[in-house]
Structure formats: structure tokens, C-alpha cells
Design a protein around this ligand. Structure first.
Ligand code: ATP
Length: 314
């Protein structure tokens, strides 16, 4: 049996002449939490809508636990929970009534219904707003009610479009902990613009740009692709920057030397991403430099995001 829970094949969507999703193929296995990243307009929401069966692809297919979303949407959707972007909930309904409504749609009744609602309420911590109409909730609570409806039927596959958008740092942590708790037996795709969140929550990262996959790796491996991986920061007392730069440029392993005038520090870029710090220390020693700071820096996902998408991360 394949562990592939969500499988996307040649998925394509155009709006007019513009191509929003361009022949995407990937699958997500049980136990994977895929961080789905990309600049604004990259095609994340469009892809997630198609996976969830809310938007019809022009080409390609989506399978959830082996079931074709186009051929058998009811069975496929039974296995999938979806948190759409924004907050498209029934505003006038109190939270408790909304959850009861969702649980009924998902086939629960009797004591099973009450039990499942209570579990979900505890998981997303919305017990103190049950009587409130949804439109009166804060953005963060609305988001949590949205997550509650996505989780109600305990689906094997979860598609969460910016699940932590609008949450405060404590609430973000709670959602991260919840995702970690439920992730072992599920396949999860989540989009976010917060890259540190990806590093803490996801065990796989995919970056898309203009509807195409430009990277798909473990978060740590992805960060190592950064041109700044294993770069070295160096500050030296009482020495001419020009002289230091000249020496550093002569070191084989150094690809580039960047000088920051405002704090008098150098950043040395490693030629092949391998560790440079010992070599720089040798050079400093042999030249008798009075070293104030010498530190090695790891690559950051944020840098790779910029490298691959040519845009500022948001
Ligand atoms: P963001 O990070 O801003 O949410 P995204 O990666 O989710 O962006 P999408 O919302 O999927 O991007 O949009 C991809 C492209 O498709 C964009 O150029 C967008 O303007 C376009 N698009 C999306 N929905 C429609 C629509 N209903 N009609 C026309 N164009 C659309």
C-alpha cells in the first residue's frame, strides 16, 4: 500500500490568458507536513482549492487516499479537511451551532456528535466563545473555528490555507503544537508567509513560483542551498578594511567578501557552502589581526526563498 495520501498530477489552471497553476505534479504522504510557499500570486490558493475540490482544474487530477476528486468527490472529500483562505464562515451562527451543523454534515449524531465536538473544541481551544456569533469573534478565534470545521471528521488529509494568519504568537504556537500532535497519521499541506513557522512545523518545504515548483526539500536541506550557508562574519580591531579584504579575497574557499561600513564587519561567502570559519581563523592568526568577532552563520529559508522567487519574503 502506498503511503501517498494526496496526489496531484499535471494540475493546471488558467484564468483568461494567465496561467495560475502550471502542470504541477507532487504527492504528500502520511506523516508529512508540507509547507507550501510562494510569493503573492504564485498559485498556492488556486492549487489548494483544486486539491480540495472547490475549483475544477483545466487539466490534471487530484487523488485523496487513491480516490479521484473529479470522479468521486463525495468519497474524496470525506477523507479531506480544508481550511480556505480568509474566513468564509457563517457569520450569524453562534460557534456551538456552527460546529453542530458541520458535525451533522459530516455524519455524526447522538452522543458521538457531542463527543466529537467536545474533542475538537478542546483541540483548537475555543471553549470560551461557543455562545458568540461568529462575526463577533476576533480574527484569531475565527481562524480557529475554521480549523475546527476542517478537523471535525478527523480527515486523513488536511489542506490549510494560511492557518495561522491573524493569530497572535501564543495562538500560533498552539496551532503548531496541534499540527504536530495530529500530523503522524495525516498528510498535511499548509501555506504560510511566515518562514520561521515552516522551519518549526513542517518536515517538507515546497516553493512555487508562477505556478511551477521551484524547490521541494527538507527544511534543513533547503536552508543549506542558501548562498549565505556557512558564511562567516568577521570583525577586526584596528586594521585597515582594504588590507583585510585583500587578504580574504586571496583565500581559495572564499567566493565573495561583503563589507558593512556601518558596523565595520565583513561577511565572507563560502564558495561551495562548506565550512569556512577555521580557514578564516588561520588567516587572521597568520596576519596577527586582533579579532573582535568571528562567527559562522547557517543558511536561512528566507534567503533561499528570495533566491528562488526573486522577491522579498513577506
Ligand atoms: P497569495 O500569497 O497572495 O495568497 P497565491 O499564491 O495564493 O497568492 P493565487 O491566489 O492562487 O496565488 O493566485 C494565482 C494567480 O491567479 C494570481 O495571478 C491571481 O490573480 C490569479 N487568480 C486567482 N483567482 C482568480 C480568479 N478567480 N480569476 C482571475 N484570476 C485569478
Amino acid at each position: 500500500m502506498s503511503d501517498s495520501m494526496i496526489s496531484v498530477t499535471n494540475l493546471t489552471k488558467r484564468f483568461g490568458h494567465a496561467i495560475a497553476v502550471d502542470d504541477l505534479t507532487f504527492s504528500v504522504n502520511r506523516g508529512e507536513v508540507l509547507g507550501f510557499l510562494g510569493p503573492n500570486g504564485a498559485g498556492k490558493t488556486t492549487t489548494m482549492k483544486m486539491i480540495a475540490g472547490f475549483l475544477k482544474p483545466d487539466l490534471g487530477s487530484v487523488h485523496v487516499d487513491g480516490i479521484d476528486m473529479a470522479q468521486n468527490p463525495i468519497e474524496a472529500k470525506k477523507r479531506l479537511g480544508y481550511l480556505p483562505e480568509g474566513i468564509p464562515l457563517y457569520g450569524d451562527m453562534p460557534v456551538q451551532s456552527f460546529l453542530t451543523f458541520i458535525a451533522r454534515i459530516r455524519g455524526f449524531n447522538g452522543s458521538q456528535l457531542a463527543h466529537r465536538i467536545a474533542e475538537v473544541i478542546a483541540d483548537v481551544q475555543i471553549g470560551d466563545v461557543l455562545a458568540q456569533p461568529i462575526h463577533t469573534l476576533s480574527k484569531g478565534y475565527k481562524r480557529r473555528v475554521g480549523i475546527a470545521q476542517a478537523l471535525m471528521h478527523d480527515p486523513q488529509a488536511l489542506v490549510l490555507d494560511e492557518p495561522t494568519d491573524g493569530l497572535d504568537p501564543n495562538q500560533k504556537d498552539q496551532i503548531a503544537t496541534l499540527i504536530e500532535k495530529i500530523s503522524q497519521k495525516k498528510a498535511i499541506i499548509l501555506s504560510t508567509h511566515i518562514l520561521t513557522e515552516v522551519e518549526s512545523v513542517c518536515n517538507r518545504v515546497m516553493i512555487i513560483n508562477q505556478g511551477k515548483v521551484v524547490a521541494d526539500q527538507l527544511p534543513t536541506a533547503m536552508a543549506e542551498v542558501s548562498e549565505f550557508h556557512n558564511s562567516v562574519r568577521l570583525q577586526v580591531n584596528e586594521c585597515s578594511p582594504e588590507e583585510i579584504e585583500q587578504h580574504l579575497r586571496g583565500v581559495d574557499e572564499v567566493a565573495d567578501v561583503l563589507y558593512n561600513k556601518s558596523n565595520g564587519s565583513f561577511r565572507l561567502i563560502s564558495k561551495n557552502g562548506s565550512s569556512l570559519v577555521d580557514r578564516v581563523w588561520e588567516v587572521a592568526q597568520s596576519n596577527g589581526w586582533d579579532v573582535r568577532t568571528l562567527s559562522e552563520e547557517k543558511g536561512r529559508l528566507e534567503d533561499v526563498f528570495r533566491q528562488l522567487t526573486g522577491k522579498q519574503s513577506t
